[in-house]
Structures are given as structure tokens and as C-alpha cells.
Design a protein around this ligand. Sequence first.
Ligand code: ADP
Length: 488
Amino acid sequence: MAEQIKILFLSSEVVPFAKTGGLADVSGTLPVVLKGLGADIRLALPYYRIIREGGFKTDLLFNRLEVPFGREKLSANVFVTETEESIPVYLIEREDLYDRPNLYGNSMGDYYDNIERFTFFDHASLKIAEALGFRPDVIHCHDWQTGMVPALIKGPYSESSVLSGTSVLFTFHNLGHQGIFPVDKLYITGLSADKFFHMEGLEYWGNISLLKAGIVYSDAVTTVSPTYAREVQTGSYGMGMEGLLYKKRSILHGILNGVDYRLWDPATDMHLSANYSLSDMTGKGQCKDFLIQEMGILPSLRERPLIGIISRLEAQKGFDLLEEIIEDVIALNVGVVALGTGEVTVQKAFENAVKRYPGRISFHTGFNEPLAHRIMAGADIFLVPSRYEPCGLTQMYALRYGTVPIVRATGGLNDSIDRFEPRTGKGNGFKFIPYNSSAFFQVLCEAEEIFRDKKAWEKLMENGMKADFSWGQSARRYLEIYRSVMDV
Ligand code: ADP
């Protein structure tokens, strides 16, 4: 039997401990599936305030562990907790860095010291492995917050008795977040400028990019859908990294994220007022009634399509297209329920729309997990009109809830949604290709028309609910890639 593979899995957010988006969903589920496939997998996280307040049972593991920080050493207390599946999670306590209201920033923008916060996290994670004598075969890093790790492994830790020779896989979940910081902060990382600060290294137009560090110094790179892996090698989607990613194409893989059906299944979802499944759909109607009431949508719209939105509100997500055509959308006599938080301008656009069309559009701001589940279940249509979307999870959740996705054909949206053909009864949603509001409106009209044909709509819902986007296959792909980097 092959020896048990050992993985240190580093991500700055993990369900159920801390979440701002899909990264947390992935980091909460993939390790569980990998463990099920036989891996010895361990996680580390900053001990954010939200985790301190989460009521998790923790034990002190290391008192005042010394962690390099610039030319000095700072100490951190390290606690350990476990997931339900007995996966160890090391929590790095530094109140000055992590005991804050949010993970990354506040309404004024990102925290000014994020490079300090996440470089410390990266170093501390490696120091924990050393102190435990845990020699991972692969360190699997996610996004810019852990992008320093591959460089550290190739630099200061190449001499480590525990970590030298460890392979590193870097997964980027969104090229829009590049971890860019001024070069005068390089000293914090402990990396020598001569060796690392140049165009073939982590230098990015005169600054440091932690995302670039992750891509450059890892043994393989993955992203979260096959389409996005291709798109990022082009100028339209590469966000300045396209040249580098094209060069790395032989070690760049696209693996579609999976869905955690333990959390996202209308048959068992504990947040719903009624559960349902393909064999008995009555609960979905009840969920719609409840949502209409909860969100203050006009009861007269009960028989009309109810459109759901759950999203970080950033330019990436494409809601400017909806704003452009909102009058025409409302003229279709539909209801819209939206949940989101993010950029003030996008939020304002939703608030203005609610003022113009009370009872037809309803918007809830903030991060609200239970409401997200109720929207998934109660809506008929789910919108994801993204400018770009590395994978996107919500459209896959929507499918399982019998809520028909309308998406832009990009990244993982393109890989998971197939256009419905009424003639053949094949397909699970609707998608538009060019990023403009008329293409978007055209598919909305198409969906509205099919909605009126109850039989066709039922078939469409059924196709979505039967689809299987669980993690099994993707997790096996990760294992293959782990094994391939171990051999390099
Ligand atoms: P991204 O990672 O870009 O945010 P994904 O579609 O991959 O997009 O994942 C988004 C995740 O965050 C989903 O689980 C979605 O339900 C959740 N989410 C986004 N905004 C909110 C919100 N305001 N309240 C609750 N959950 C949210």
C-alpha cells in the first residue's frame, strides 16, 4: 500500500471557522475529502476574533513559539482545535495582528499591515510544522495570503531539518487579489532582495506581489476551473500575470471546485422552513412563500419568477449589467431578492433600485449564511453575471436547490452550466457570452419565457438537481498533482 501522504493545507479562511467567500468553502471541504481518501492533512489559521468568539474547543499547543518577523523574532501562542472529522487546525494567536473585527479590512479598505499579518501567518505555520516535527510531503497554499510560503521554502527554510525539500502546490482562487505591497516592506518577509526581488521573482512593477511569489516558487500551480486556467493565460483575464502563467502552462492545471452537499442540500438544509427533494418538491413552494414574505416582495408576484442573488458585491460580479437594464427586468414582472456586501458603489446601486421598485426588488446587506440558504431555496432563478469567475460555487448550489442559474459564460460558470435546449430537454441553465447588458437581458427573457412552460421548467430544474458536483473526482485530481510534485 502506498504510504500515507502528508499535507499541510494553508488557507486564510476555512469553513466553519472563518469565511468571506468561496475560498472558505473549498478549504472547509477539500481537506475532509482528502482525509477520506487516506491523507494525513493538517490546517493552520490566524486566530481571528471571529474564531475566538466561535466557541470552538481549543487546547494550548505551544506557548510563545518564536516566529521570524523581519530581522527580529516575535512570539505567538499556538492553539489546536479539530474539525468534526478530527482534522487538526492550528490557531496562531497574536492579538495585535488578528484580534480585529474582520479578516482583511474594514470600510476604509484593506488593513494597512496585511503583509505583516499574513507573512507572520506563513512563517508561523512553517514554524509549527518544524516544532511538531511534521514533515509534509506537500504544502498546499491558497491565494496571496499564503503566497510567501513557496518562496520561504526555496529560501530560508531550504536549510530546515524538517521542511527542506518539501514540495509546494499553489492554488489561486482569484487573480484579482494579488497581494501587492511596497518594496520597502520586503524586509518583513526575511527574503533577501538579491535573490527574490527581480522580474523572475516576486517583483511586480516595482512592488512585491505575494500572489506572484506563490506562482513563481511553487512546484505546480492550480486554479479552480479548466476554463479559468485557459483564460488567465490571455490578456483579457490574466490581470498582468498572463505572461507568467503562459510560461508556467505545463505545470498549471484547472480543477473545478466541488460542492459540500452536507451543507448545501435542500433535503437536509437546517436553515429552511421546509425541506424538499426531487421526489417531493412541495417544500420549494413553501420556501418561496416564506422568502417573499421575509424579503417584503409583493404577494402578487407569487406565480412569477423570483430572481435570487447572493454575492460579494465587487465589480467582478457583474451587477453593473443588471443596473443598466433594471427597468426592463422589472417590466418582466419578476421579483428580485439580493443578499450581498462589499463595495459601497455596488451596494448603493442595489439600494437605489429598491427605492425605485419597492416590493419588486429587495436587498439585504451584510453577511448572512442562513439567509443565503433561504434565497437558494426560495428563488426560481439565480443570477451570476460575472465579468470573470474563477469557479463560482453559488451556481452549483443553485442547481441542487432547483433554482435555475443564469450566468455569464466564463471560468467555472462556463464549465458547470450548460445551456438548456427545450427541444432536447438537455441543459441545466442559461448563459450569455459577451459581457454586455443586451446579451444578459436576452437570456433573462429566454428564461422568463421557458418559466411559463411549466413542463419545460420542471425538466430544467430536474436536470440541475440531478447533477453531481461533489468533490470526489476533483479531490483525486489534487492527490495526483500532490504525487506528481513529490516526484520532482
Ligand atoms: P467568491 O469566492 O468569489 O465569493 P463563490 O461563488 O465561489 O464566490 O463563493 C461565494 C460563497 O460566499 C458562497 O458560499 C456564498 O453563499 C457566500 N456568500 C457570498 N456573499 C454572501 C453573503 N452576503 N452572505 C452569506 N453568504 C455569502
